[in-house]
Design a protein around this ligand. Structure first.
Ligand code: TXE
Length: 494
């Protein structure tokens, strides 16, 4: 067995252990073996990190920097990320089981998010208002909000951290990032790059620990003014409750049970690739997984056969291997949970078309076969619960109205896919789908320029895009009396 790699967390510019010395470990999902260990932050550690961020914002050099200088630091961070992409990608693959081909390309692309926000730093402008009162000059100033608590899960953690850290720092805030207890290593490595980029100590803190007490202490801390959370429903509910303590502004990026609608005029090669990308990309461990697939009845058998064939040819195995197409699930618990939901769904009448178990001959690691279930009704467990795994549930539909009704029959509202060659038809369907993102004739595309987020149980707020920057600022309205005579009657409002 290889030696276990040991990591520290970043608090106030120092790489530290938890105050009480407690540690957690990370398991490599491809082997099932512990490969790294790191501090388990407690309440006192979180307090130190938040206070350090607050000091950095109010007293440190960060508080005196111009927006252009902040932008330059973010720019340097983006360059460093590209230079170190290979190292980070390998760590992320070991930590999460994600494919090296995806961690490599995603890490490089995360740099584009940082570059986008770097460029936006000095474009955050206030306004002068043509106020409706004589002699008064009124303007708005955009200010940083305060200490940002950013909480991320293990899947796409760098990307999910960058869409929080980028706008937070561009706007002049300081941040405490809480990494996932399952796989924090790439974020810790990212912390080194923040230091190397010259971001002053205390501006970026990275704590590692459990949801409770670490995440709990962070989101209730009185000095935290803004919480950006990505994760599951039950932690999100807790985070909302916690904001009642400190009145922090909250944005939530949660899961989904996203529909993909395949119309009978679709380009079937595109549709099949879209279905595969939506269900088996990242082993289905994606918040935008398109795990409910609606196929028009007259092409159902044809599409299912094509999807089945391609699914059964997916190369499953070591995620560190360049040619692997699907790696393991991130945790042993996830594997067990998916097995249970698939079994319950088959018990409820879903028909197993492919997969449905662990790959033959795979003796270690958390692997699960890409699985297809044909379902005749939307009530089966696999169609209602976010599985976060490679499980596709397929349904027939007769006409567009039926497809839209079925697609909207979910508590979530994150993403949706439509495959059709008829753009008018696609647009009519798009208008009626209840989701924050719609992909037409493609799936699982993202960009720093494009707002990302959902509603209902998929959360609220948007990440990426110009407006997301404003979510990390506060408006101050400034009134100046320019009259030559003194201010008038103090007992009537002006
Ligand atoms: O998420 P958790 P997990 C969904 C997906 C997955 C399920 C659980 O269905 O199977 O959630 O995944 C921190 N206060 N998604 O366990 O528990 C926690 O420590 C503050 C969808 O990874 O929500 C971690 O850092 N923080 C999703 C982060 O929240 C708390 C991505 C996420 O953990 C906390 C991930 C608390 N009380 C999971 N409790 C997506 N949108 O992609 C936990 N945390």
């Amino acid at each position: 067995m290889n030696a276990i790699a040991s990591y520290l967390m970043l608090v106030d510019g120092h790489w530290t252990e938890a105050e009480d010395g407690r540690r957690l470990h990370s398991v490599n999902p491809a082997t099932g073996e512990i490969w790294a260990c790191f501090p388990e932050a407690g309440i006192d550690d979180v307090d130190r990190a938040v206070k350090a961020a607050h000091r950095a914002m109010t007293e440190g050099p960060w508080s005196r920097m111009t927006a252009t200088q902040r932008g330059k630091l973010l720019h340097r961070l983006s360059e460093l990320l590209v230079e170190n992409a290979e190292t980070i990608a390998q760590l992320e693959t070991a930590d999460t089981g994600k494919l090296i081909r995806e961690t490599r390309s995603q890490t490089r692309y995360v740099a584009e998010y940082l570059r986008y926000f770097a460029g936006a730093a000095d474009k955050l402008e206030g306004a002068t208002l043509p106020i409706d009162k004589p002699d008064l000059f009124v303007m708005t100033v955009r200010e940083p909000i305060g200490v940002v608590a950013a909480i991320v899960p293990w899947n796409s953690q760098l990307l999910l951290a960058a869409v929080k850290l980028g706008p937070a720092l561009a706007a002049g805030n300081a941040i405490v990032l809480k990494a996932s207890e399952h796989a924090p290593v790439p974020l810790l490595e990212f912390g080194r790059l923040c230091e190397e980029a010259g971001i002053p100590p205390g501006v970026v803190n990275i704590v590692t620990g459990l949801g409770n007490p670490c995440g709990q202490a962070l989101t209730t801390h009185p000095l935290v003014a803004r919480v950006a959370f990505t994760g599951g429903l039950s932690a999100a509910r807790q985070v909302i409750r916690n904001s009642a303590e400190n009145f922090a502004l909250v944005t939530l990026e949660l899961g989904g049970k996203s529909p993909i609608i395949v119309c009978d005029d679709a380009d079937l090669d595109s549709a099949v690739n879209g279905i595969l990308a939506g269900n088996f990309g990242a082993s289905g461990q994606s918040c935008v997984a398109g795990s409910r697939v609606y196929i028009q009845s007259n092409i159902f058998d044809d599409v299912m056969e094509r999807v089945r064939k391609r699914t059964q040819s997916i190369r499953i195995g070591d995620p560190a291997n360049e040619t692997t197409e699907m790696g393991p699930l991130a945790t042993a618990d996830q594997l067990t949970r998916i097995e249970q939901i698939v079994a319950a769904s088959v018990g409820a009448g879903a028909v197993l078309v492919a997969g449905g178990g662990r790959p033959a001959g795979q003796t270690r690691g958390f692997y699960y076969d890409p699985t297809i279930l044909a379902c005749s009704q939307g009530g089966v467990p696999v169609a209602r619960n976010e599985l976060f795994g490679p499980v596709l549930s397929a349904f027939r539909f007769a006409d567009d109205a039926a497809a839209i009704a079925a697609a909207n029959d979910t508590e979530y509202g994150l993403a949706a896919g439509i495959f059709t060659r008829d753009i008018g038809r696609g647009m009519r369907i798009m208008r009626q789908l209840r989701s924050g993102i719609v992909w037409m004739n493609t799936y699982r595309a993202g960009s720093p320029l494009a707002p990302f987020g959902g509603f209902r149980s998929s959360g609220y707020g948007r990440e990426s895009g110009r407006d997301s920057l404003l979510d990390y600022t506060r408006t101050k309205t400034v009134w100046i009396d320019t009259a030559t005579k003194p201010m008038g009657d103090p007992f009537t409002m002006r």
